[in-house]
Design a protein around this ligand. Structure first.
Ligand code: HC1
Ligand code: SF4
Length: 568
């Protein structure tokens, strides 16, 4: 291919990010689209993994230094070019230097470019202010803050927590806490949505991947990794995988990164359903405290403890699936595999920042040995993959490991809002009617992205009223009413801090296309549909675990290892 302003070249991008980068390039008018599929692929976004755009190869490489290994420019044919290579390189280098590492995926940089904003280093120098580390893992660097207010809005309007506020310091407008207290002494629930909203790296979180690499490099350590339900939706999207391929690819990728044993903690979601639904049915029959709230979202648990301690008796006593998996691996698996706890290092991979907080809680570290030693976000895991320069061709897809190999569609559904309630209903209805649920497994009323969804289910003599809430701002009206002694009219309430559930967690890469959230949800729903087992209570590996270890749901051993208490 020739180069220069008159060159005519077309690029075919493989991988969503590569396509997006080319897309941005075309949108800014530097190259002209020539392929008739272009408008179609932009319109639906469905074609992006193999969208076609005009560009030249070197230009494309210049604007995409940070592409993951799976993304590449596949092939080129000639089209008319509107920018010299030198101009393109200058354009690519125009990072705003706020200090983060987003480079080409920076919304702020794109806005600035689109509006012709120039960066003038001599005018914009500001006095250095120390980095603030007043939270277990959230770090605030006001030197990078551009006072855009996204974090303040996320905290107040999405999560309803409202602990962040603008402040004047040294004559400059930046962000601090409402009352000036350290962040960990406010009602902050550690959801991480402020970090996710920050466009310039002023808010970030501490990575644990270094500790995980260290454990992997220690020949004495058996490093066990388990992955949360929602993570597969992002991996599927990053690597353009089909629904059928997603879980097997993750297992292979985790092995390649260096985990000795790999589990899917949708298994522990099944275990949670066994414990939590048994608890719920017990409350229904014995006149226990109603309604029962789910307790698997640590951001929600933090909110109850900090702002609504009166509601603690309503929280299920179940640990979250992450902590059930950790406790099961550190006890049952360690015993069965004959591994001493000193040599066992347990890592979870999750879409959530609050899971870091949860894993570090002292009640989940009996005798100061944590059940989950490190928590990686989806983003951190992908960073590790990039650091190791792993390509999809290096990955040998495979099954998850025994003895927790089999998971159900119900467990996988946990990753989107409504999934916990749906999985619980699949068991509760069966128990209440005494008849196996065969065809009517889908409780579609509780799926989707609305902040509050409701369903009324008649099961034999019993009517179960369910509410499903996501985005903590949406729980406030109900919580306030209950605080004042009112019954909200529901029996079971699922609450997830992130809008839409864990598929929208702050530990995932930020979606860069419209429709990404719906696509993530679809992956989970499709996996459920294709699953051999779709009810937690029929998972053979769960039944065997009860047989050989826990006895029965809510047994003494189960209470010891799978349940917890909350601190007002
Ligand atoms: Fe979630 Fe859960 S579903 S909280 O959204 O109950 O993080 O995926 O791991 O523990 O299983 C998150 C996801 C996750 C727990 C499960
Ligand atoms: Fe607010 Fe969540 Fe950020 Fe805490 S982590 S400051 S609750 S948005």
């Amino acid at each position: 291919c020739a180069t220069g302003p008159a060159t005519v070249i077309q690029a075919i991008a493989a991988g969503r990010r590569a396509a997006k980068a080319l897309d941005d390039f075309v949108m800014r008018g530097y190259v002209r689209p020539s392929h008739e599929d272009y408008s179609c692929s932009r319109g639906t976004n469905e074609e992006l993994p193999r969208a076609e755009f005009d560009d030249i190869p070197r230009l494309a490489r210049a604007v995409m230094p940070a592409l993951p290994p799976g993304d590449r420019i596949d092939s080129f044919i000639e089209v008319e070019l509107g920018l010299t290579e030198e101009q393109a390189r200058a354009e690519a280098a125009r990072c705003l230097e706020c200090g983060c590492s987003k480079q080409n995926h920076c919304a702020l940089r794109n806005e600035a470019t689109d509006h012709g904003v120039q960066f003038a280093p001599t005018l914009h120098v500001r006095p250095y202010t120390p980095i603030i580390e007043d939270h277990p893992f959230i770090v605030r660097d006001n030197n990078k803050c551009i006072s855009c207010g996204r974090c303040v809005a996320a905290c107040a309007e999405i999560e309803g927590v409202g602990v962040l506020a603008y402040q004047f310091s040294e004559g400059r407008l930046t962000v601090g806490t409402h009352n000036g207290l350290p962040l960990d002494q406010t009602d902050c629930v550690s959801c991480g949505q402020c970090v996710r909203a920050c466009p310039c790296g002023a808010l970030d979180y501490k990575r644990e991947r270094g500790d995980v690499f260290t454990a992997m490099n220690d020949p004495k350590k058996v490093v066990v990794g388990f992955v949360a339900p929602a993570v597969r939706t992002v991996i599927a999207s990053e690597y353009d995988l089909s629904v059928e391929e997603a879980s097997g690819f993750i297992a292979g990728l985790m092995r390649k990164v260096g985990f000795d044993k790999v589990f899917d903690f949708s298994f522990a979601a099944d275990l949670t359903i066994m414990e939590e639904t048994t608890e719920f049915l017990g409350r229904v029959t014995n006149g226990g405290t109603m309604p029962q709230f789910t307790s698997c979202c640590p951001g929600w648990v933090n909110l109850v403890e900090r702002r609504y301690p009166e509601l603690i008796p309503h929280l299920s006593s179940c640990k979250s699936p992450q902590q059930m998996m950790g406790a099961t691996v550190k006890n049952h698996f360690a015993q069965q595999a004959g591994i001493s706890l000193d040599d066992l290092y347990v890592v979870s991979i999750v879409p959530c920042l609050a899971k870091k907080y949860e894993a570090a809680r002292p009640e989940f570290a009996p005798e100061e040995i944590r059940d989950v030693d490190a928590v990686l976000t989806t983003t951190e895991f992908l960073e590790m993959v990039q650091m190791l320069r792993l390509e999809p061709k290096d990955v040998e897809p495979g099954a998850f490991d025994e003895p927790y190999k089999r998971v159900t569609g119900a467990g996988v559904l946990f990753g989107a809002s409504g999934g916990v309630a749906e999985a619980a209903l699949r068991m509760a209805v069966e128990k209440l009617t005494g008849t196996p649920l065969v065809d009517d497994l889908d409780f579609e009323e509780v799926r989707g992205f609305e902040g509050l969804k409701e369903a009324t289910i008649v099961a034999g003599e019993t009517t179960v009223k369910v509410a499903v809430i996501s985005g903590l701002n949406n729980v406030a009206p109900i919580a306030e009413r209950m605080k004042n002694g009112e019954h909200p009219g529901y029996d079971l309430i699922e609450v997830m801090a992130c809008p839409g559930g864990c598929i929208n967690g702050a530990g995932h890469p930020v979606p860069d296309r419209v429709g990404e959230m719906a696509a993530r949800q679809r992956v989970l729903v499709e996996i459920d549909k294709l699953s051999k087992y779709r009810k937690s209570q029929e998972n053979p590996d769960i039944l065997r675990l009860y047989d050989e270890y826990y006895g029965e749901p809510n047994s003494h051993v189960a209470h010891d290892l799978l349940h917890t208490t909350y601190a007002p």
